[in-house]
Design a protein around this ligand. Structure first.
Ligand SMILES: C[S@@+](CC[C@H](N)C(=O)[O-])C[C@H]1O[C@@H](n2cnc3c(N)ncnc32)[C@H](O)[C@@H]1O
Length: 172
C-alpha cells in the first residue's frame, strides 16, 4: 500500500470524516500529560490537518509539524502552524532538536528503522516521544525503539473510535 497516495486522496475530507467518527488526539494523550509536563520545543510527525498540533500547543509554545501530503499540510498551515512538507524518514536531516516528538496515528505508515534513527538525532537530552499505533503494529514498532536504547515510560491501550483501539506509548 502506498500510504502517501492513500492520504492524498483522503486529504480534503479527512478532518470532517475523522471528527464524524469521534477521533480525538486529546483523548489519546490525556493519561500522559502529567508525565509530559511543559515542553519547550515540539515536532509532530505526520501532522495531517493539525489535530495533534492543536493539543500540543497547550503544553508547548514552539512547535512545528512535518507532513508529506500537500493538501494536508496546507490545512495545518491555515490553522497557523509551521509545517515542513517532508517524509518522516528524513527527520534526522532537520537542523533543530526537540524536547517532544509525537506521532498521532502516523507511525504505522513510516519507514520505522530510518525514523527511529532520526528520532535519536533530533531528540534533546531529557526529550520524550509520544506514539499512538494500531495494536497489530505494536511489536514491530516498539522493538525498533527498544533496540535503539529507548525506554518505555508508560503504555496504555485506549479506545480511539468505533472499532479501533490504539496502543499509546510514552518513550524516552
Ligand atoms: C491517520 S493520519 C493522522 C494525521 C494526524 N496526525 C491526526 O492525528 O489527525 C496519518 C498521517 O500520516 C501521514 N503520513 C503517511 N505516510 C507518512 C510518511 N512516510 N511520513 C510522514 N507522514 C506520513 C499522512 O499523510 C497523514 O497525514
Amino acid at each position: 500500500m502506498n500510504w502517501i497516495n492513500y492520504f492524498r486522496k483522503w486529504a480534503t475530507k479527512y478532518e470532517k470524516d475523522v471528527e464524524g467518527y469521534g477521533y480525538d488526539p486529546e483523548k489519546l494523550i490525556k493519561p500522559f500529560l502529567k508525565l509530559i509536563g511543559m515542553r519547550k520545543t515540539a515536532l509532530d510527525v505526520g501532522c495531517g490537518t493539525g489535530k495533534g498540533l492543536e493539543v500540543i500547543s497547550k503544553f508547548c509554545e514552539n512547535l512545528s509539524g512535518i507532513e508529506p501530503v500537500e493538501k494536508m499540510a496546507i490545512q495545518s498551515k491555515q490553522k497557523g502552524f509551521q509545517i515542513l512538507q517532508m517524509k518522516a524518514r528524513n527527520i534526522g536531516k532537520l537542523k533543530m532538536k526537540f524536547d517532544f516528538i509525537s506521532f498521532f496515528a502516523s507511525i504505522d505508515y513510516v519507514s520505522i528503522k530510518q525514523v527511529v534513527k532520526g528520532c535519536k538525532q533530533i531528540l534533546n537530552e531529557g526529550g520524550l516521544i509520544f506514539l499512538t499505533m494500531e495494536p497489530k503494529s505494536e511489536k514491530r514498532i516498539l522493538d525498533s525503539f527498544l533496540k535503539n536504547d529507548f525506554f518505555i515510560i508508560k503504555k496504555e491501550i485506549i479506545h480511539a473510535y468505533r472499532g479501533q483501539e490504539y496502543v499509546c506509548v510514552l518513550i524516552k
